[in-house]
Design a binder for this molecule. Structure first.
Ligand code: 4NP
Length: 150
């Protein structure tokens, strides 16, 4: 059976689509399934942010097949690992968990490279283009670790 991974941020248009695209590029799609979602529903059905599309493209990844989805409690049943981008996403997702098994699936993605330091992937939505390159590099490092482990 495939290992199923869900990347979660707030809007599902900036950070988690990048995380999804990056991890997909590092794993065997026959063994690992990767998706993403947002805790908020404002961008459901939309393409990722043009700045995320552009930074992904610069690094050789096409994320234009992705569309915004809202995280749901049902995702706890589907996914084995739920990686959240920041502490606020962590609280929002944990609040929806119904038991300890579901809670155990949730992890801050940057715990992969800064274990126990509670580091957030900064939300680049209101920032400039540099923020997106920065986010890409952080997610690339974290996804490299995740891919090695899966
Ligand atoms: P993301 O960034 O959580 O990395 O997708 C955001 C995108 C949109 C909004 C917030 C954060 N928004 O409020 O619409």
């Amino acid at each position: 059976m495939k290992t199923k991974v869900l990347m979660v941020c707030l809007g599902n248009i900036c950070r988690s689509p990048l995380a999804e695209g990056i991890l997909k590029s590092k794993v065997d799609s026959n063994k690992v399934e990767v998706a993403s979602a947002g805790t908020g529903g404002w961008h459901v059905g939309e393409l990722p942010d043009p700045r995320s599309i552009s930074i992904a493209k610069k690094h050789g990844l096409d994320i234009t097949d992705q569309r915004g989805k809202k995280f749901s409690t049902y995702d706890f049943e589907i996914y084995d690992h739920i990686f959240v981008m920041d502490n606020s996403n962590f609280r929002d997702v944990i609040q929806l968990a119904q038991n300890e098994t579901e809670k155990q699936k949730v992890q801050l993605i940057l715990d992969e490279i800064f274990p126990g330091e509670n580091v957030d992937v900064p939300d680049p939505y209101y920032g400039g283009d540099f923020g997106f390159e920065n986010v890409f590099q952080m997610l690339n490092d974290a996804c490299e670790k995740i891919a090695q482990r899966l």
